[in-house]
Design a protein around this ligand. Sequence first.
Ligand SMILES: [Mn+2]
Length: 310
Amino acid sequence: MDSEDLLMALRTGVTPFLGLPQQLEPSAVPGVVLGAPFDGGVLNRPGARLGPWALRAATLGLGRAAMPFRLQGHDLGGRTLAALDWVDGGNIPTRPFSIPDALDAVEAAVHGWSSLGARTLLLGGDHLMTLGALRAHSRIRGPLGLLHLDAHPDAGTGEAWGTGHHHGTWLRSAIQEGLVDPRHTVTLGVRAPRFDSEEIVFLLNAGVRLWTPLDLKDPRLLSQLQGDIARVGQVPAYVSVDLDVLDPAFCPAVAEPVPGGLSALDVFTLLACLRNVGWVGADIMELAPTLPGADDSARVAAHIALQLLS
Ligand SMILES: [Mn+2]
């Protein structure tokens, strides 16, 4: 974001993500940021429908290129940085009262951009909206690899609530619909208390690799972890970040915070493993700015986005 973008944001009151050019109609750009302002899939604490606004505001004045993890021994290569040539495609007009309509809207919007070759970054919105994006990308590229960061397995049946679709069911749907290839799917940071073991058993039987925060910190498992993440990138990959993967100390403004989670630096480091792999789509979900700690949570989320785009 340069001074002209800053002045424009102050003048108009509009803050495109990272000050990127706004462009509402799909075109053949390298990548697009899209808001998904829907939280009809949230069980307990709503507010994620306002996530895209908070995420955009949190990027006001932020540099567009992440600092390298280390400067010692690193060659910054002069002062010029490659421009981030993405656009902000605005919000997908999801209707707040219909889950099927919202999923269709997300699928159509993501497909519109992706079919022209654009990578997509979805700003949630509740985690159910990921299903719409996965439907769109897999329609073009077939079953996807998935790097999934989350405190929860999100593989519930939905039976207890009388629906197949809420923010804790989308991964089961994605596997059952053949949108993701479970052998190229990894869930990192899972730790939420269980009602039973059904979700975990379902994922493990399907071939999904599951890692708790303590597993992630075990140095003996490092090469196994790197192997699992590399396997995600052997097919067209999607990256889904539920912000509740972070410890509530870093990111409390999510529907279902779970103590004992990852730090911001943990998440940055994990995402960096995919840097050489590339991905076709990603999302950052569940920021609920109506909840306490919204400002700090949005800031962490914005920096996660920056790491993804760097
Ligand atoms: Mn989730």
